[in-house]
Design a protein around this ligand. Structure first.
Ligand code: ADP
Ligand code: MG
Length: 276
């Protein structure tokens, strides 16, 4: 039920998660195979969470993100955003990818950020331009607003993609290994910048990575997924930003041993037969 409808009927509003993922099994049907990408995965994302999906390559992280994005329908389970079932893509869920070529090459930085604002009908040209420049400033690219993507470094292109997603002010920003293709120093810098952006706006982000240090750095909550097909191994709280090196090392160790243990979460451990 929508908030307004709930208020109108006078029903007590139960505080619920922004995003609910319940026992979601995702599969790909290819010509001669059925690939199970995730098996009965469940988690809840609350407003202002920096929720990280962490697991090895091929465990279904991108597939899960695609399903939350509305690009793929679960064969089992359900996904709800603000209580409404996710059935298609929408401007309430913006996606940032790993690839540097996610920008339109024939449009400037500003035009790239303006594009979804105008295309979705959210804002007329002048309003879109103002909002785009605002978010371009937030990612420290004001001097490059009129540059074209090919004139930018990989890190700068990723900043544009982040600004473009954030400018839509989605309920949740979906980030699929956005820094994985960057060199180590730029990657660290981008992680710091993302956290600084978050401090300023407290947006909700669902962030995918296969890097344990990155998950610890970014995540306020971290979901650990088993290898293919992805199942929930555990959900753990992240560290506060000022955590000691010892605390970071201890958490890294704990995540490492959980990821490489044989167990999966009890709720999903009993599985009637389905395996890819
Ligand atoms: P991750 O992002 O964690 O590396 P993916 O979600 O990309 O994993 O993939 C999960 C599983 O689904 C893998 O086994 C992968 O090979 C398979 N897969 C991904 N995309 C497709 C597709 N379009 N068709 C068939 N299988 C796919
Ligand atoms: Mg992936």
């Amino acid at each position: 039920m929508a908030d307004a409808a709930r208020a109108a009927t006078g029903t007590t509003r139960v505080e619920r998660s922004l995003l609910e993922v319940r026992a979601v099994t995702l599969q790909y049907k290819t010509k001669d195979h059925l690939v199970t990408a995730t098996y009965r995965v469940g988690f809840d994302v609350h407003r202002s969470d920096r929720f990280v999906l962490l697991g090895p390559s091929g465990c279904g992280k991108s597939t899960l993100l695609k399903a939350v994005g509305g690009y793929l329908k679960p064969v089992e389970g359900e996904i709800r955003l603000k209580g409404e079932a996710v059935t298609r893509p929408g401007p309430d869920r913006m996606m940032v990818f790993q690839e540097f070529d996610q920008l339109l090459p024939w449009r400037t930085v500003k035009e790239n950020v303006m594009f979804p604002l105008q295309a979705s009908g959210r804002l007329p040209r002048a309003g879109a331009e103002e909002k785009a420049l605002d978010y371009i400033a937030k990612v420290n690219l004001s001097a490059f607003a009129d540059s074209f993507p090919h004139m930018l470094s990989g890190g700068m292109k990723q900043r544009v993609a982040i600004a473009r997603g954030m400018a839509m002010e989605p309920d949740i920003l979906l980030m699929d290994e956005p820094f994985a293709a960057l060199d180590a120093l730029t990657r660290r810098k981008m992680q710091d910048e993302l956290l600084a952006l978050w401090e300023g706006t407290r947006f909700t982000v669902l962030f995918v990575t296969h890097s344990i240090p990155e998950a610890i750095k970014i995540g306020s909550r971290i979901l650990l997924l088993s290898p293919h097909p992805g199942q929930v191994k555990a959900e753990i709280d992240g560290l506060s930003p000022g955590a000691s090196a010892n605390a970071v090392a201890a958490l890294e160790q704990r995540i490492h041993s959980t990821l490489f243990s044989d167990s999966v979460e009890e709720a999903v451990a009993e599985r009637p037969g389905v395996r890819a």
